[in-house]
Write a protein that binds this ligand. Structure first.
Ligand SMILES: NC(=O)c1ccc[n+]([C@@H]2O[C@H](COP(=O)([O-])OP(=O)(O)OC[C@H]3O[C@@H](n4cnc5c(N)ncnc54)[C@H](OP(=O)(O)O)[C@@H]3O)[C@@H](O)[C@H]2O)c1
Length: 285
């Protein structure tokens, strides 16, 4: 930590600060959708110039993958053009940009992936986020692209992803969980801490930022059962059982390997998350 870390962190502007990751950011100028719409270039330029930040942490995004599939234009407007607007504004005030991207820029056919592996996004969400990465690299010299994967965090109020759905089924007699899906869970609280460290270290370039490990959805479910003490029965089902964006039968691994070891294991992070934010679901202590 620097002596002047408080001063550095006071000059960080955060977009999309009301979301899951933003809810754990405890520094800087936090702007939500209402105070800054990233799709409006004039507004972006004027708000950024008013605050004149040294860093912009760009979290705002359309993260509803199914909405992006239904409305690709909306996905590109928010995730690509919105990112372009933020990159232009960062350039105009000489700020460094920290863009949070996704492991979905990879196709999942031969993961886990390092930062040097080739991208091949499949969904419109992933394509629009990948275009955001290309834009950041094209517009700016000083940036961090931090890719996260299988985000969890925000508790019952904000978490709409796989892990919260599974936790909420712990009192049911049986849970059906998809087979053949591997990833690297990322606790949003740990990601927020990693973002802070990267700002203070003045890191540059592309980084994979997830909790350590490459579990399957079934491994994660078993760990949640262990942490909560649930008596539910886990039934493994083929991907086609659920009508999701990807319903093919092949194994898919969008897990990530990172050149930096800045986060704890996914099991430790998950235990902390459930104890801190889902304690009502812990059945024995
Ligand atoms: N969630 C994941 O699994 C995951 C995985 C890997 C990477 N990421 C990336 O991590 C970053 C943070 O994700 P998160 O989980 O915190 O997402 P989140 O909870 O969905 O938060 C995103 C925020 O962006 C805001 N937003 C949407 N459109 C906007 C616009 N036009 N202008 C300004 N703000 C807008 C939303 O506000 P409203 O709700 O008010 O519209 C929301 O508060 C995103 O860039 C995401 O792509 C997420």
């Amino acid at each position: 930590m620097h002596d002047n870390s408080r001063e550095i962190l006071s000059k960080v502007l955060i977009t999309g600060a009301n979301g899951v990751v933003g809810s754990y950011i405890d520094f800087g100028i936090k702007l939500d959708h209402r105070s800054l719409d990233i799709t409006d270039l004039n507004e972006v330029l004027s708000v950024v110039s008013k605050h004149s930040p040294k860093f912009i942490v760009h979290l705002a995004a359309e993260t509803d993958v199914e909405r992006c599939e239904r409305d690709p234009q909306h996905a590109y407007i928010v995730n690509s053009i919105g990112t372009y607007n933020i990159a232009l504004a960062a350039k105009s005030v000489g700020a460094k940009m920290i863009y949070i991207s996704t492991s979905a820029v990879f196709d999942g056919l031969d993961g886990p992936y390092t930062e040097n592996d080739a991208c091949n996004p499949q969904s419109y969400y992933a394509k629009s986020k990948f275009l955001g990465e290309l834009i950041v690299q094209g517009v700016l010299d000083d940036y961090v692209i931090g890719r996260a994967c299988w985000m969890f965090g925000g508790g019952s109020k904000l978490d709409k992803k796989f892990i919260s759905a599974i936790i909420q089924k712990m009192r049911e007699p049986e849970i059906k969980v998809v087979k053949k899906r591997f990833g690297s869970p990322t606790y949003a609280k740990d990601l927020a801490g990693a973002i802070k460290k990267m700002i203070l270290n003045n890191d540059k370039g592309i980084f994979h930022i997830s909790n350590g490990g490459n579990p399957s959805r079934v491994d994660i479910t078993k760990e949640i059962v262990k942490i909560t003490g649930s008596a539910t029965k886990i039934t493994e089902v083929e991907p086609s059982f659920f009508s999701h964006v990807y319903s093919d039968q092949k194994e898919n691994n969008e897990g990530m390997l990172s050149k930096v070891k800045i986060m704890r294991s996914w099991q430790d992070a998950l235990k902390d998350y459930i104890k801190e934010e889902w304690s009502d679901y812990i059945m024995k202590r």
